[in-house]
Write a protein that binds this ligand. Structure first.
Ligand code: GDP
Length: 323
């Protein structure tokens, strides 16, 4: 039985990956931070199938212990302070977890289990103020937030450990990916939750930032399959994972509101609070390398994903209103 250790397992990607690996017959170990009020919402349905290990990406000894206890064949580092907006008010915390945390876990692998395969969650935010479009593995990075800068560090330290210590360390440069399990502060979930609340009469307006930002939005359930595929290869490498389709935040609003027969223009209010100090205007990925080498394909379209998210939020909000 293969064994995998996942950091960030209670987050969106961690929960989809854990589900995928459990289906494949893995023993899944999940690293969890000690908190007085743990949040298992994303993993509730299969929480008891995960072996929980306490630890923290800022604490090397706990990571060494986690790797020794799990004897993991595959280590997926999905833990991070992952919200771009929060990285300006908390730049140091973001750096400690999202950047240096990667060195901590790589050190733990190097010391305790160098034969394990390692996956690092790199991000399209590393491309930031893009120098070419579409962005591929060879596109130079130009991060635009403390989060983006931290992810660039995490990416290069992964490459460096691969080259310095011959670790099997791969990095997935994932473009935005969403689902009903996405954190509520990210634009997709904020919109689908807002649509549900407006449709059910709980609120009238939705306060938003830059509607002209363009993103390449895929479905998280599709993207975690690429993570697994990367660790099934004979050699470690870096891959862009994206849909190759571009949409504006405005189109996202139109798609979500029209699904419940509403017009976004009647409800959306621009609030300067959500305009960022430095914006990433456009991200569009070219994933031909992943298609060729991993055989990876996107399955859920943008429209289908937004529909799934609106439906899930309608159900959730309705249920909360009744109870
Ligand atoms: P990011 O690409 O990792 O920053 O993902 P987000 O989902 O947080 O944001 C995607 C884009 O939507 C960014 O360009 C934001 O500036 C834009 N955006 C516009 N209005 C909002 C908003 O109200 N909340 C968020 N999170 N993003 C917004």
């Amino acid at each position: 039985m293969k064994k995998a250790l996942i950091t960030g397992v209670t987050g969106q990607d961690g929960s989809y990956l854990a589900e995928l690996l459990l289906q494949k017959g893995y023993k899944v170990y999940g690293l969890r931070r000690r908190t007085s009020t743990p949040n298992y919402e994303n993993v509730e349905a299969f929480k008891h199938e995960i072996e929980w290990i306490s630890g923290d990406l800022t604490d090397l000894s706990s990571l060494i212990e986690a790797i020794q206890v799990s004897k993991a064949d595959e280590v997926y580092n999905l833990g991070a302070q992952s919200f771009v907006e929060a990285s300006w008010p908390q730049p140091l915390l973001t750096g400690q977890i999202t950047a240096l945390g990667v060195t901590h876990i790589l050190e733990a692998v190097r010391i305790a289990r160098p034969q394990a395969k390692f996956y690092q969650a790199s991000s399209s935010e590393m491309f930031g103020k893009v120098v070419e479009t579409p962005q591929k593995e060879s596109t130079p990075f130009y991060p635009r937030s403390p989060y983006g800068v931290s992810k660039v560090y995490g990416h290069w330290i992964t490459v460096n450990y691969r080259e310095s210590f011959d670790l099997f360390a791969s990095s997935g440069i994932l473009f935005n990916h969403e689902s009903p399990r996405r954190g509520i502060e990210f634009v997709s979930r904020k919109v689908t939750d807002g649509v549900a609340r407006i449709k059910l009469g709980l609120q009238k307006e939705l306060r938003m930032g830059n509607l002209d930002a363009k993103r390449d939005w895929g479905f998280a359930g599709d993207f975690v399959k690429a993570m697994w595929l990367m660790l099934q290869q004979d050699t470690a490498d870096d891959y862009v994972i994206a849909t190759g389709e571009l949409h504006t935040v405005r189109e996202l609003l139109e798609t979500a509101f029209s699904h419940v027969d509403l017009n976004y223009e009647d409800h959306v209010v621009i609030d300067p609070k959500f305009i960022r100090p430095a914006e990433v205007d456009l991200l569009l990925g070219d994933c031909s390398k992943a298609q060729e080498k991993l055989g990876w394909r996107q399955e859920v379209s943008f429209q289908e994903m937004i529909r799934i998210m609106v439906e899930a939020d309608l159900q959730r909000v309705e249920w909360a209103m009744k109870s």
